[in-house]
Ligand binder design. Structure first.
Ligand code: PDD
Length: 281
């Protein structure tokens, strides 16, 4: 069996041997945060932005950051160097640590730190050329979706709803307004402009928020953030989704209704090409 090297609390071990105590607060309470970073051609893509978000997530829930950025990069590098593939998705997780079960933060607890990586295949030609199907669902999550928390039950249930309905992703709405996918950000195109939901507590600010804005600027496509009503999603010229693993994809049907006649649109084509250029840069 494939048994990659991982990092857990100061040690590098095969994944099969990495164990955490059952009283880890990540297991008991979902009390932790995580990050997912793509690697292309052996190089982390947008590493600075991802690490900054990890540090923001840690600060937001009061877990002391156990390492400096350089220390983090050295640990991640050791795990990713042990993987022969030069395209990977690195996963890192920090929980508050192990303590007797009680909700409030324990005193004197040491965070649990875990890093693993997996070989990764970017979206295939079928997904890129034909687009992907989505379904909609009510956003049932808490009000701090800006924190990349491992408490992902709402996201898990939304993703399962998509899976059970033959869709790649569930597009969530809160009180009639677009928030995001179960594990991606969602964008609409209207009259040549790309719109995304405001960066507030209702969405995770994907690293592709900044990236998409840059790609739009490079392609001379206007880009704006605003509250997006459900009707606007269904009336959009194009709908896109972005995430570390999905890069940028065109949504071609939502709840069985076609978007852009059921095929990826022209702005998607430009942004997808620009994204591939950015990966190589
Ligand atoms: N998810 N919104 C949610 C809820 C997400 O979980 C993610 C990413 C995104 C996109 O963020 P980024 O562009 O930084 O990948 C938005 C990761 C990939 C995951 O949970 O596996």
């Amino acid at each position: 069996m494939h048994d990659p090297l991982v990092y857990l609390n100061g040690e590098f071990t095969p994944l099969s041997e990495a164990k955490v105590p059952v009283l880890d607060r990540g297991f008991i309470f979902g009390d932790g945060v995580y990050e997912v970073i793509p690697i292309y051609g052996g190089k982390m893509f947008r590493a600075k932005q991802h690490m900054a978000r990890l540090f923001r997530s840690l600060a937001a829930i009061g877990i002391p950051n156990p390492y400096s950025e350089d220390e983090w990069m050295a640990l991640i590098g050791k795990v990713t160097d042990a993987c022969p593939d030069d395209t990977q998705l690195v996963y890192m997780q920090v929980t508050r640590g192990v303590a007797k079960r009680a909700h409030a933060f324990p005193a004197e607890v040491k965070p649990t730190v875990f890093i693993m990586t997996n070989p990764y295949t970017p979206p295939d030609a079928e997904a890129v050329n034909n687009g992907v199907r989505c379904v909609t669902t009510e956003d049932l999550r808490w009000m701090r979706c800006d924190i990349k928390s491992v408490s992902l039950l709402g996201n898990v249930l939304a993703a399962q709803h998509a899976a059970e309905n033959g869709a790649l992703e569930a597009i969530q709405f809160r009180e009639g307004f677009l928030s995001e996918g179960a594990s991606s950000n969602v964008w609409i195109v209207r009259d040549g402009t790309v719109y995304g939901p405001p960066k507030d507590n209702r969405v995770l600010e994907g690293i592709r928020y900044g990236l998409l804005q840059e790609l739009c600027a490079a392609c001379r496509i206007p880009f704006a953030l605003k509250a997006i009503a459900r009707d606007e999603v269904f009336a959009a010229d194009e709908v896109l989704l972005t995430s570390a693993g999905r890069e940028v994809l065109a949504v071609v049907s939502i709840d069985g209704l076609p978007v852009n006649g059921g095929k990826p649109g022209p702005l998607f084509g430009k942004l997808y090409a620009a994204y591939q250029d950015a990966k190589r840069a």
